[in-house]
Write a protein of this length. Structure first.
Length: 132
């Protein structure tokens, strides 16, 4: 069976974190289990319309993801994973926690100005990266 925690579901796809800290999904209708390249370690993530939005720490991922020249473990950046294509992109947006993605591609997250948790929304970011 498939093991993991912190599950969320959208349109028959269950997204969860594996015991190793990686984001995976299970497509119920196809019986398909896929391990994504997203390393989460209990950070926040959500799914809508085949897009997984996640907050990931720079030091567990690609290095400097926000362009400040510093790789920090306490810096989390919003990444998007497109299930149909398998494409993964870093938005460069620094987040504290969240994100939550809507069916229209709107993403809400808590900002990271000293983790004061202000609420921010990004409009049409899914179109910008995935053309839909």
């Amino acid at each position: 069976g498939v093991r993991g925690g912190v599950p969320t579901i959208d349109n028959g796809i269950i997204v969860f974190e594996t015991p190793a800290g990686q984001i995976a999904y299970y497509d119920i209708s196809r019986g398909l289990y896929v391990l994504t390249p997203i390393v989460s370690h209990m950070e926040s993530f959500s799914i809508s319309n085949g897009i997984i939005a996640a907050a990931v720490a720079e030091d567990s991922y690609w290095g400097d993801m926000n362009g400040d020249g510093i790789i920090e473990g306490n810096t989390k950046v919003l990444v998007l994973y497109d299930i149909p294509t398998g494409r993964l992109v870093s938005t460069g947006v620094v987040v504290c926690c969240g994100p939550d993605i809507s069916s229209t591609g709107l993403i809400a997250y808590d900002g990271n100005d000293g983790c004061d948790h202000f609420y921010v929304m990004i409009d049409s970011i899914v179109r910008q990266y995935f053309g839909r």
